[in-house]
Design a protein around this ligand. Structure first.
Ligand code: SF4
Length: 82
């Protein structure tokens, strides 16, 4: 089985999941609707983040209490964690 995807380009953003930091609290899931889900190990993976608005996606990533979600914009600036 291939390892889970940890980086995806969504809208004009690059979103990264650091699965070594994720502790599976699920804050990003409640905030972001279908952007992320927990896999069988209880760690976040991408669901359908393209279906989530840019603002909602940023809000979901900001909600992570352990900064496991990173967002970089098209200019290379780190938007999350801020
Ligand atoms: S909020 Fe952070 S720690 Fe919690 S499931 Fe999402 S990525 Fe993992």
């Amino acid at each position: 089985m291939s390892p889970p995807e940890t980086e995806r380009r969504i809208h004009d953003l690059v979103v990264r999941i650091d699965r070594t930091l994720c502790v599976g609290f699920g804050d990003c899931i409640g905030e972001g609707a279908a952007a992320f889900v927990l896999d069988e190990d209880g760690i976040a993976v991408f669901a359908t983040p393209e279906a989530v608005s840019r603002d909602a996606l940023l809000q979901a990533c900001e909600s992570c209490p352990v900064d496991a979600l990173t967002v970089i914009d098209a200019s290379g600036h780190c938007l999350v964690p801020s």
